[in-house]
Design a protein around this ligand. Structure first.
Ligand code: XIL
Length: 371
């Protein structure tokens, strides 16, 4: 606001305009702005409570767009690559692996003393085309395990925490143990998933090992909560080396969030001796009217309501957002609004300016109990 006022030709400003502008400048200074370095960052607020704030990064903008990189460095103390460590990009053909972008991100983390999450070794959605026939055959489990071993070993000593297995639970598929209908799970069952965790532990004994999944937040998602809880219980009882549960947290503004149900679910996960991290927070505004102020307000309120409950649970170790800026979100393609307007789903707007969602996260950290 300050710069903008500075560019107005002074002779055209009447008293009323000046007063309005001064009021707006005060209001924006009051809530804090992205260009004010003195405003306490999310990472500082999180650290103060013994929590960690992180964000997903994409190598494209990270290494070509300075304000994007600055935004990451300003607020995050942990990063996770959006796609760069997934199977397809890291092993495009049977004979060739390619860690170029994943390595760049790992080096960026190291150079800037950021914690690095690994995402993800075993995920039904991302095997490269050359693996299709093998995965469907009796050699499928072996191939998936080899991949997990190679990937995790490659980054051994650099990744603090791996999403070893991602999205393995799909009650709607009707398979035993609520496992997703995917050949390696169909053939190996939960023992195969335990083997993935054993392989990961062997490949990097120091990394924390997580199971990561979605849609456990809302009232209507009880069947998924029960299925995931049952699955994690079984995995633990088999002795699988699992340290934590990653809750993706792709939220939907206006969906029915029941604080008590969620609190109880988090405490049940904690009772299993697992750490909890929200790993992919964004808030879809597809159900909201187009008005930007309204969308920002509702998205921020939803974020705050969710995080307050999350941070109350002592087993929760931190929060990662699935991007920092609305300019780059998978939701624009993955889940577009009917009116084709850009979703306002992340803490910063297209120009890297803080939105009410940023302040909601800041506020939730400020009110979180200390660890
Ligand atoms: C998404 C990426 O953001 C997209 O760019 C890609 O096309 C598909 O995957 N759950 C996950 C993430 O675990 O890996 C997904 O990321 C989003 C949903």
């Amino acid at each position: 606001m300050r710069n903008y006022i500075g560019h107005w030709p002074t002779k055209r400003i009447d008293r009323r305009t000046l007063l309005l502008a001064a009021g707006a400048a005060f209001a924006s200074a009051h809530v804090g702005r992205a260009d004010e370095p003195s405003e306490t960052s999310l990472r500082q607020r999180a650290e103060k409570k013994g929590l960690v704030f992180g964000t997903q990064v994409n190598a494209g903008p990270l290494f070509s767009l300075k304000p994007y990189q600055d935004a990451v460095l300003r607020d995050a103390s942990m990063i996770v690559p959006e796609n760069e460590m997934k199977w397809r990009p890291t092993h495009p053909t049977a004979l060739q692996s390619n860690y170029f972008n994943a390595n760049r991100i790992a080096k960026f983390a190291e150079d800037n003393k950021l914690l690095l999450r690994g995402h993800t070794a075993v995920w039904h959605q991302n095997p490269p085309a050359w693996t299709n026939d093998i995965i469907a055959s009796d050699d499928g489990q072996k191939l998936v395990l080899e991949h997990a071993r190679e990937l995790i070993n490659h980054f051994s000593g650099h990744v603090m925490e791996w999403d070893v297995v991602n999205e393995a639970i799909a009650p709607e598929d009707g398979m035993p143990g609520n496992l997703r209908n995917w050949a390696p799970y169909n053939k190996g069952g939960i023992d195969f998933i335990a083997d993935c965790f054993y392989a990961a532990r062997e490949a990097d004994p120091k990394a924390n090992l997580y199971y990561n999944d979605f849609s456990v937040y809302y009232r209507s998602q009880g069947h998924r909560r029960d299925a995931i809880l049952g699955f994690l219980e079984k995995l633990k009882s088999k002795g699988a080396p699992i340290d934590g549960f990653g809750i993706q947290s792709h939220l939907i503004a206006k969906a029915e969030f029941d604080e008590n149900i969620y609190r109880h679910f988090l405490s049940e996960i904690a009772d299993l001796g697992l750490k909890i991290r929200a790993t992919e927070l964004d808030v879809s505004d597809v159900r909201l009217e187009p008005d930007i102020n309204l969308r920002d307000t509702i998205v921020a309120a939803h974020t705050k309501q969710y995080l307050d409950v999350l941070f109350d649970e002592p087993a929760v170790v931190g929060l990662v957002t699935w991007g920092m800026t609305d300019r780059f979100s998978w939701l624009h393609e993955g889940w577009p609004r009917k009116d084709r307007l850009r979703q306002r789903c992340l803490p910063l707007d297209d120009n890297f300016t803080r939105k009410p969602m940023w302040h909601a996260i800041a506020n939730a950290f400020d009110h979180a109990p200390s660890r």
